[in-house]
Design a protein around this ligand. Sequence first.
Ligand code: DI6
Ligand code: FE
Length: 395
Amino acid sequence: MMILGNLRVATLSDGYGLIPDAAILIEGGRIQWVGPEAHLPPSAAPRHDMGGRLCTPALIDCHTHAVFAGTRAAEFEMRLKGASYAEVAAAGGGIVSTVTATRAASAEELLAASLPRIDAMLDGGVGTVEIKSGYGLDIETELRMLRVARRIGALRKVRVRTSFLGAHAVPADYRGRPDAYLAEVVLPALKVAHDEGLVDAVDGFCEGIAFSPAQIAHVFAQAHKLRLPVKLHAEQLSNLGGAALAARHDALSADHLEYLDAEGVAALAAAGTVAVLLPGAFYALRETQAPPVAALRAAGVPMAVATDLNPGTSPLGALGLAMNMACTLFRLTPEEALAGTTIHAARALGLSDTGRIAPGFRADLAIWEAEHPAELSWRIGPAPLHARLHEGEFA
Ligand code: DI6
Ligand code: FE
């Protein structure tokens, strides 16, 4: 049991939900009570004075590909010399080149490559991170990626949620035979990974350079059989109706959405599917069409913000910077950006016990050298984290 006192708390209940001169009572890793410190019920718990600092829920990065091997700096150069992302992919670069490096890496090597990325996220106030597979594209390596993701959750004070992304790209050995790849690798790998307890959700990449809506629908059907929730990379480079497909499958989220149309917005709104905005990929690909934020807002679609940390299109490991970019590039307000990395990000992962500061929620908290929560989106640069609590313990 402990009390955090002398805080400014952004509860994220109803906008920022700011409480000045607040205290939080924590017991058993959960929040017992939050409110003005003057109203704190009598308690023998030790009190930590937090010096008037700002406290928010620990941030949630709900879309990352943080486990991978190698870099893609050469491709970065190619693209700067004029090649498009799709051309790089067609030339055997892109996702497939990270697949080659990831297949060649042992579990220990993958873990060693990934932990510094995770540690940097945690230094930025992140307490929950989603990690996808999708750089194995064979059964063995997809499983290895997911096992490494689970090990990260055991080794560090962070909650890890995994997404199976076998339908990320067609590997070289199946070029031109995407249906065979899905039948022979993706569906069996999903089954084995699920049996081993490695999968929290099922994702796919619905795009001209990846998989069609009909192909993704097969993967989703298997997910439903296994009672796993789904999410989808949709409308990133073109509009194939992926978001509407995701909504029809009660997806937790549809992610990217630069090319989302009015029909897609309405489908997300009707299904309660979260729109996950990924400004790092938009920036790195030098896209010009931003997701339809005003329409999403008007339709009441919850918007999350994540890094999409991956070596190809978003080598961005700082969630605070993603919040800043969501505001500057996509015109979110700082309040929306913070909701996007707390309550809406939790929902995009199917989590209802985190992302807010309220009784019963997990005591996953970030304490900042800041006075106002807008500072978290305003800043371009290192996150002003003072301390982080993970399940009620200083991390
Ligand atoms: N969309 C993306 O932006 C990443 N994956 C995806 O489906 C890109 C992954 C990569 O280029 O390595
Ligand atoms: Fe992604």
